[in-house]
Ligand binder design. Structure first.
Ligand code: MLT
Length: 428
C-alpha cells in the first residue's frame, strides 16, 4: 500500500499566490462589474523587448531546418549563454565564476525549490521572516522541518530571522555559540517581499558567519537589476570568501520579463565542498573524500532535467547583447518609475512605506492597525486594488502589505489614487 508524503500535510493552507488568486476570482464572480487593479503577484506586464523577440524568431527558424535543428541540449546549458553570464554578471563585476559553475534552468523558482535536494534532511534551515514562501515550503515538503505550530506561526526546527522596522529589515547574524545553528541559510537581496537590500558590509557579515560555522548560503539575486544605490552588491560573490559558502540563484523573469518564457541559472562554485565518509557504489568500500556540491547538482540536473529550451536560451543570450542591455534597462527603469510613484505618493498621503528604491516591491504598513488580511479584504472590496498581505510571507509580515511595481504605469497611478481616496474615506 502506498503512503503519501505526509510532510506536505504540515503546510498550512495553499501556496500564497494561489490563495490570493482564488479570493480575487471569487470577488470578481460576485462583482463582475468591478475594475480590479492587480498589484499582487510580482508578474511583469511589459512585452518582451525587440532584441529578445528577434532572437526568438531566429532560433525558431533554426529549429525548422535540418542543418540547424537542435534536439536535447547540454543539460547544464549552452556555452553561448553561460559564457555571457560568466563575463557580464561576474567578471565585469570583478568576481570570478567559471562558465562551468553556471547551471542554466527553467527559472529561479524551480532552482530555489530544488536546490535543497542536494543537502541532507538533517540540516537546520534558516529563513528570513517575512520570506518568499518557496524556500521554506520546499524544505517542509522534504521533511527538513518539524510540525507547524499555530502558536508560533512557524515550523519547529527552523531558525527564523526576523526582518523588522527596528532592524531595518536586515536580519541579525546569529551568534557563533547560539544553541541552534543554521546549516542552510536563505538570503534574498534585493528582498522579496520587503523590497529592502543588504549592504556589502551586511552581506559580508553573513558570508563570514557561514564560513566560520560551515553553513551554506542560498543567495537569491533575482532582483539584482533593480539596484540603484552604490554599496549594494549585485552578486554575493562580490563578498570575500563567498565562493566557499554560497550558491547563487539568477533569474531572467524580472530583469528581462521572462516570467512566461522561463529561464534562470544557479551558480555552484567548485569551492563548495564537504568531507564525507560513505560506501562507494563502484567498489563497495568505505571512502572518505571531499564531495563538491557542484558534482551533486550536476548529478541532479543530469537525472532530472533535460535543459532549458534552445530558443529560450537564445533569447537569454540576446539579453546580454548591446540592444538587449539597453532595452531591458529601459524596462527596469519603467518599473522603477512605478515604484517611485507608489512610494512617494503613498508616503505623502500618510502611509508608512519601505522598499521601492533598489527593488520593484513596496512594503507598507497597514493603516489603522488592520491585519494584513483585513487590509487586503477592504482594499479589494472598497478600492478594487489587489496587493499581497504581508502575513502571508511570515508572522513578522503581519500588519504589512506588499505592492508590486510591475503593473502598467496607468494602472499603478490609478491604484495609488484609489488607495489614497480609500484612506481618506475610511478615516484611518
Ligand atoms: C512574487 O510575487 O513574490 C513573485 O512573483 C513570485 C515568483 O517570482 O515566483
Amino acid at each position: 500500500m502506498y503512503r503519501v508524503n505526509e510532510n506536505y500535510l504540515k503546510l498550512p493552507g495553499s501556496y500564497l499566490f494561489s490563495t490570493i488568486a482564488k479570493k480575487v476570482a471569487a470577488y470578481c464572480e460576485e462583482h463582475p462589474e468591478a475594475k480590479i487593479i492587480r498589484l499582487g503577484i510580482g508578474d511583469v506586464t511589459l512585452p518582451l523587448c525587440p532584441a529578445v523577440i528577434k532572437a526568438l524568431h531566429s532560433a525558431v527558424d533554426e529549429m525548422g531546418k535540418a542543418e540547424t535543428f537542435r534536439g536535447y541540449g547540454p543539460e547544464n546549458g549552452y556555452a553561448f549563454l553561460r559564457d555571457k553570464m560568466a563575463k557580464m554578471d561576474y567578471e565585469d563585476r570583478g568576481c570570478h565564476i567559471d562558465p562551468d559553475e553556471i547551471f542554466i534552468s527553467d527559472g529561479a523558482k524551480s532552482d530555489s525549490g530544488n536546490i535543497q535536494e542536494i543537502f541532507g534532511t538533517d540540516n537546520c534551515v534558516a529563513v528570513c521572516d517575512p520570506v518568499y514562501p518557496v524556500y521554506l515550503d520546499t524544505n517542509v515538503m522534504a521533511g527538513r522541518t518539524g510540525e507547524y505550530s499555530r502558536e508560533k506561526e512557524g515550523f519547529d526546527g527552523v531558525v527564523y530571522l526576523p526582518c523588522t522596522e527596528e532592524n531595518g529589515f536586515s536580519p541579525a547574524v546569529p551568534a557563533d555559540d547560539a544553541p541552534v545553528k543554521p546549516d542552510i541559510i536563505y538570503i534574498c537581496s534585493p528582498n522579496n517581499p520587503t523590497g529592502t537590500v543588504l549592504t556589502k558590509e551586511q552581506l559580508q557579515a553573513w558570508v563570514d558567519y557561514a564560513n566560520r560555522n560551515g553553513a551554506v548560503i542560498i543567495y537569491d539575486a533575482a532582483y539584482a537589476a533593480y539596484i540603484t544605490e552604490p554599496d549594494v552588491p549585485h552578486t554575493i560573490y562580490e563578498c570575500e570568501g563567498a565562493r566557499t559558502c554560497a550558491v547563487e540563484l539568477r533569474s531572467f523573469s524580472k530583469n528581462a520579463g521572462f516570467t512566461g518564457l522561463r529561464l534562470g541559472a544557479c551558480v555552484v562554485p567548485h569551492d563548495l565542498k564537504r568531507e564525507v565518509t560513505y560506501i562507494d557504489p563502484q567498489t563497495g568500500e568505505k571512502v572518505t573524500r571531499n564531495v563538491e556540491l557542484h558534482s551533486l547538482w550536476t548529478r541532479r540536473h543530469g537525472t532530472k532535467f533535460n535543459g532549458a529550451p534552445y530558443i529560450v536560451q537564445r533569447a537569454g543570450e540576446a539579453v546580454y547583447s548591446e540592444e538587449g542591455q539597453r532595452e531591458t534597462k529601459e524596462q527596469v527603469a519603467y518599473y522603477m518609475r512605478n515604484a517611485a510613484y507608489i512610494r512617494e505618493n503613498l508616503a505623502a498621503a500618510g502611509f508608512t512605506v519601505y522598499g521601492g528604491v533598489n527593488a520593484p516591491y513596496i512594503w507598507l504598513k497597514t493603516p489603522g492597525d488592520l491585519t494584513s488580511w483585513e487590509f487586503f479584504d477592504r482594499l479589494l472590496a472598497e478600492a478594487n486594488v489587489v496587493g499581497t498581505p504581508g502575513s502571508g510571507f511570515g508572522p513578522h509580515g503581519e500588519h504589512f502589505f506588499r505592492l508590486t511595481a510591475f503593473g502598467t504605469y496607468e494602472n499603478t497611478t490609478a491604484a495609488v489614487g484609489r488607495m489614497i481616496e480609500w484612506k481618506k474615506k475610511a478615516g484611518i
